[in-house]
Write a protein that binds this ligand. Structure first.
Ligand SMILES: O=C[C@H](O)COP(=O)(O)O
Length: 285
């Protein structure tokens, strides 16, 4: 993808890149989970790249009411029109169109809402709790892919606290997702006690998970009580997710509270800093 967008730059980078930063010259995305239209508008205004809809009070991947999806889809259609206007020389203050993601629930229950997901949504995800075999995991993915249709990409989910979720360990889910042909896989926590995915898995397992994703050409996202201060440790441990996915760290009073504009901005700025370092002068890579 980089080679298409930045052909000359990428060619130089291939010979210049050092082992110092395996993410050099690639972009780290930021996903923020929101629960309603008000939080959605705040996330758009702050420049979040992927906005994910879920109801944090009802579980790790609980869906919001489908009316919230429909309202977001309308707003995105408007933004698309306004962005076309900007491209034609109009108002440059119009925010960029974020990508939309929806949590559909767990392996038990997602069918109740999935068919109502607007086609405008880029991603959908389903929690694998209570899925104890590879065959059951693949069965879930097959039926979900058929249900959500071709315009929305299903993202595989692994739980760092797989014992609490009574599901397969994260490494196995990543391996299976790669074999199934997924392009993206996310790690999250099921129990939402405040203990992070890093604390559940440790750096060694996270590195292995990153390698499984890389071998399968999958992008991987790290969620599960991730705090901004953890990014530096992950980098020094040579763990480079393609996307950070957060909720609790951008809220007042935990993930069930309201989004906090200043925390959101800190995360957006942190990602922009990583991006500028990745795409800065070659010597800095
Ligand atoms: O998809 C990402 C999750 O919403 C992360 O939530 P959390 O940061 O509160 O664990």
């Amino acid at each position: 993808m980089v080679a298409i967008a930045y052909p000359v730059y990428a060619a130089i980078a291939i010979v210049s890149v050092s082992v110092k930063n395996e993410k050099c010259c690639s972009v780290t995305d930021l996903l923020v989970s929101v629960r309603d239209d008000c939080e959605f508008q705040d996330a758009i205004a702050t420049g979040v790249g992927i906005i994910d809809f879920k109801e944090p009070r009802h579980g790790a991947l609980a869906p919001v009411d489908p009316t919230v999806w429909h309202s977001a889809a309308l707003r995105i259609t408007e933004l698309n029109q306004l962005n076309r206007f900007t491209a034609a020389g109009g108002d440059s203050l119009i925010p960029a169109r974020p990508r939309l993601s929806a949590a559909l629930g767990e392996a038990e229950g997602w069918q109740a809402v999935a068919s109502q997901l607007p086609r405008t949504f880029d991603f959908a995800k389903i929690g694998p709790s209570q899925i104890k075999t590879a065959a059951a995991m693949q069965g879930l993915w097959e039926s979900a892919s058929q249900c959500i249709g071709p315009t929305t990409e299903l993202v595989a989910v692994a739980y760092a606290d797989s014992d609490s979720a009574a599901c397969l360990p994260a490494e196995q889910v990543f391996q299976l997702a790669g074999e199934f042909g997924f392009r993206r896989c996310l790690i999250d926590t099921f129990s939402k006690t405040g203990r992070s995915s890093i604390e559940y898995l440790g750096y060694e397992r996270l590195r292995t998970i990153g390698q499984i994703a890389k071998q399968a050409s999958m992008k991987w996202s790290l969620a599960g009580s991730i705090r901004i201060a953890m990014i530096d440790s992950l980098i020094s441990e040579r763990i480079f997710p393609d996307c950070y996915a957060v909720r609790g760290d951008v809220c007042h009073q935990g993930r069930s509270g309201r989004l906090c504009a200043s925390r959101l901005k800190q995360w957006v700025d942190r990602m922009a800093l990583m991006h500028s370092r990745s795409f800065g002068p070659i010597e800095s890579c």
